[in-house]
Design a protein around this ligand. Structure first.
Ligand code: F58
Length: 822
């Protein structure tokens, strides 16, 4: 075959050309005639048509990258939360208007098709969403980059509520096909598991090892296109899907064990079957380790193939490849690269180690020690015996270095060892990550400091230059332009459109913070967004809230450290005040929640139940007269978040100081003009610094105060005894006030609060309630509130993921952009 198809005539942004493209795709790509096409068929045809615009740019990008042989960023993440693709891809290909017009001519509405788009739920929360924001910014900044991950057949469970209890349902997101992926079976990779290690000596007398896996699984890459905004670049996200190897099946077929052969196929394919819904407590689940190794092995194989297209000297590898490890989940890659270099390519250990260490960089996303992964040594021995040996070798050499720097300090050696000895022998993946990387970073200033000073302190003593901060960011394209078109239009008509790729431009909005017409426009938009949200909730869950009430939103994974329970206690406090004095003047408020709890996290599920029960008591109470309303729609995800941010007045960021690594929802709310009520935790600190203390509702203990209080001996019972309001709130929960008199139901929550209160809700309760009151009071002065809202948006340009990615490029990755010509 000669040249590529000339896409020139096919891909045009005119209504007749787009109409033709739609019909072509409906008929030829999707195999459906217009007369019999369903809405789903129409959706597929539209998606293929928009995708055609991307493919052209993708091919150009690939060509330009091949020609230039640049350094690539490879982002390794077990989770991604891309959100819906169709609307984003229409924005990025500038096809929204032409598609709308082409469809309208046939009495079809583009928005109906956008609704049919399925959100891939390939992550649990912030970490996965950050990965997707980063891919968006990498492409927008023209950085040669590939994301690698797992194509889970079932993403994060679908949440339903039954009588206020969370019920999980499988998320079969691929049921109706996925127009956004290209399965590339010609680039499948074989991955081994189990087996033994054969040792020998080569002709020169060197010890050699060869891994003889017990069985193999195939990894098939499914490529998803990741367009940049306002640029030609289209990068890729490669998600690996596990497939059974045919050889394996045939062996079993040969001996006539048909059912066993099929079982093995199912077993192999299980590896990419389901995303682990995890709750920050580490569990040594074999399938999870297999998932991690599977995607990392496939990805490294792919990277090495790509490297060898143009390069043959291994010493050049770190000049062409940088691999960012998104948390500890892909950290087994360090051992795998060593295995490939030493066992397969025969490099000597020191040279291989130099290459590996110059290639990897590690981002930590937590401070909770229980969330740092550890793998039992016996599990590793069973699944990845050669990798275990390599980890031992890495550790041996590393501890020699520690001993020579700190002679006689065996306690330090034990603390730093990659192997934990007691209570059980385990591999500390965060230590392996730190030892095997040239840079380690936290995700907000405070988090990075605590990493250096506490969690990884010994390592920071040894290698201070390794440690960096990269404060998280979010993409303004998805979280302002797409999520909040009304606000985006106002901003663009006021300061021009450059803010979409240079978010610091939002500063210019400060000039309008005193402009009466602008204030009115700003307020009207918030109001319209609230109305739109209440209509959506009415339609989807038959719940209504008053758009004039303060919309107070808490949306994030359900975890005790995030303190949704503290929010619940505040609502009870308000309710009790109204009950005590129904004539009391209270600002009408709507409390909107979005949260999934890990299925095995019982206390988290009980908190969900409590919030629901508060709603069933408070919402219909005639004394309340609609002044308080609790709304908790099921199945919070990226798409729902995109509806929440534009409408929110108040953003709840109330984790105990020192527990939330960064938070990114906090940034999305603030950029959409919500005011934050929050603690000095994670990126809240930096948000407050930027928006100004006067435009942020601060409460609660600081990290140092938390530490001092713990040091003195924290006794939650004292707070309970000394604060009548607090006691009334807890007593109401304990005595069945929100469980029809059942005093057992919420007892685990009450006991946790009174006898442990690990996250110090009782210590922060009064300050929190007072701060909520201050916020409600401030809302009563609409002009002042609106000014604060504008200043939040205007001063949060820093929190663009474009800025974060630029910093990664400059300080860690040392990569350059490569502009693709149109
Ligand atoms: C989050 N981590 C942090 N983990 O909690 C949040 O502060 C931060 O802003 C964000 O990362 C991005 O840096 C997070 O979302 C997970 O979802 C884990 C996935 C694996 C199991 C345990 C939870």
């Amino acid at each position: 075959m000669s040249a590529n198809p000339t896409t020139g005539q096919r891909i045009q942004r005119t209504v007749p050309a787009f109409t033709q493209l739609l019909l072509d795709n409906l008929y030829h790509t999707h195999g459906q005639a217009v007369q019999s096409a369903s809405a789903q068929d129409g959706y597929m045809a539209l998606s293929y048509s928009v995708r055609d615009f991307l493919v052209e740019r993708w091919r150009k990008t690939t060509e330009a990258q091949y020609r230039a042989n640049p350094k690539f960023v490879y982002y390794f993440s077990a989770e991604y939360l891309p959100g819906k693709q169709l609307a984003r891809n229409m924005l990025y290909t500038d096809t929204m208007n032409v598609a709308r017009a082409a469809l309208a001519a046939h009495d079809l509405n583009v928005d109906d098709f956008i609704d049919l788009d399925i959100e891939p739920g390939l992550g649990n929360g912030g970490l996965g969403r950050l990965a997707s924001c980063f891919l968006d910014s990498l492409a927008t900044l023209d950085i040669p980059a590939v994301g690698y991950g797992i194509r889970y057949e079932y993403g994060i469970f679908k949440q339903m509520f039954r009588d206020g209890w969370q019920v999980e349902k499988p998320d079969g997101w691929l049921m109706y096909g996925n127009p956004w992926e290209f399965p590339q079976s010609d680039e499948m990779v074989m991955v081994g598991f189990g087996g033994t290690v054969e040792s020998s000596t080569d002709d020169a007398g060197n010890a050699c090892s060869r891994w003889l896996p017990k069985y193999q699984v195939l990894g098939e890459p499914c490529t998803v296109l990741v367009p940049g905004y306002a640029t030609e670049t289209v990068n890729i996200l490669r998600l690996w899907r596990a497939r059974a190897t045919e050889e394996f099946d045939f062996q079993l077929f040969d001996i006539g064990d048909y059912v066993k052969a099929v079982e093995q196929k199912v077993y192999s394919e299980n590896i990419s079957k389901v995303l682990y819904p995890n709750d920050e407590t580490y569990q040594g689940k074999r399938l999870r380790l297999q998932q991690q190794y599977f995607f990392v092995a496939c990805s490294l194989h792919d990277i090495i193939r790509r490297f060898h297209l143009k390069n043959d000297d291994w010493d050049l590898f770190p000049q062409k490849v940088v691999i960012q490890l998104n948390d500890t989940h892909p950290v087994i890659a360090i051992a795998e690269l060593m295995r490939i270099l030493v066992d397969q390519y025969g490099l000597d250990w020191d040279r291989a180690w130099q290459i590996a260490r110059d290639t990897f960089a590690y981002t930590c996303h937590t401070l909770l020690p229980e969330a740092l992964e550890k793998w039992p040594v016996d599990l590793l021995e069973h699944c990845l015996p050669r990798h275990l040996q390599i980890i031992y070798d890495i550790n041996y050499r590393f501890l020699e270095e520690v001993r020579s720097r700190f002679p006689g300090d065996e306690q330090r050696v034990a603390r730093m060892s990659i192997i934990e000895e007691t209570p059980r022998r385990q591999i500390r993946m965060a230590h392996l990550a730190t030892v095997g990387s040239f840079a380690v970073n936290g995700v907000a200033e405070l988090h990075s400091r605590l990493l250096r000073e506490q969690t990884l302190r010994d390592f920071a003593d040894l290698w201070p230059d390794h440690f960096q901060n990269k404060t998280n960011g979010v993409t303004p394209r998805r979280f302002v332009q797409l999520a909040n078109p009304r606000l985006a239009t106002l901003i663009t008509s006021t300061i021009g459109a450059d803010w979409l790729t240079d978010l610091d431009q939002l500063q210019q909005l400060e000039d309008y913070a005193e402009d009466a017409a602008f204030l009115t426009a700003w307020r009207d938009i918030k109001q319209a967004n609230k109305v739109a949200l209440t209509e959506y909730l009415e339609k989807s869950i038959q719940q209504h809230f008053h758009p004039d009430s303060i919309l107070d939103v808490m949306a994030k994974r359900l975890h005790e450290y995030k303190r949704q329970l503290l929010k619940a206690m505040h609502i009870i406090w308000l309710y009790q005040r109204i009950k005590a004095n129904p004539k009391l003047v209270v600002a009408p408020r709507t409390f909107l929640f979005g949260a999934k709890a890990a299925p095995g996290y019982h206390l988290a599920k009980l908190i969900i139940k409590l919030i629901h029960n508060i709603g069933t008591v408070v919402n219909p109470d005639p004394d309340v007269q609609g002044r308080l309303k609790v709304v908790f729609p099921a199945n919070y995800n990226v798409s729902m978040a995109e509806r929440f941010y534009p409408a929110a007045d108040l953003s709840e960021q109330i984790s105990l100081a020192g527990k939330e690594a960064s938070g990114t929802g906090n940034m999305k709310f603030a950029l959409n003009g919500a005011l934050t009520i929050g603690t000095l935790d994670g990126a809240n600190v930096e948000i407050r610094e930027r928006v100004g203390a006067a435009n942020f509702f601060l409460f609660g203990l600081s990290v140092d105060e938390v530490a001092a209080l713990r040091q003195r001996g924290y006794n939650p019972m004292l707070y309970y005894q000394q604060n009548t309001d607090l006691r009334n709130v807890i007593d109401a929960i304990a005595t069945g006030g929100f469980s029809n008199g059942d005093m057992k139901l919420f007892q685990p929550l009450v006991d946790a609060l009174l006898f442990h209160d690990q996250f110090m809700l009782l210590a922060d309760f009064q300050a929190y309630v007072d701060c909520c009151e201050a916020a409600a009071e401030a809302y009563q002065a609409p002009d002042r509130w609106t000014r604060m809202s504008i200043l939040n948006t205007a001063r949060c340009g820093f929190f663009s993921s474009d800025r974060t990615i630029r910093q990664y490029c400059d300080d860690i990755w040392r990569v350059d952009s490569l502009r693709v010509k149109a």
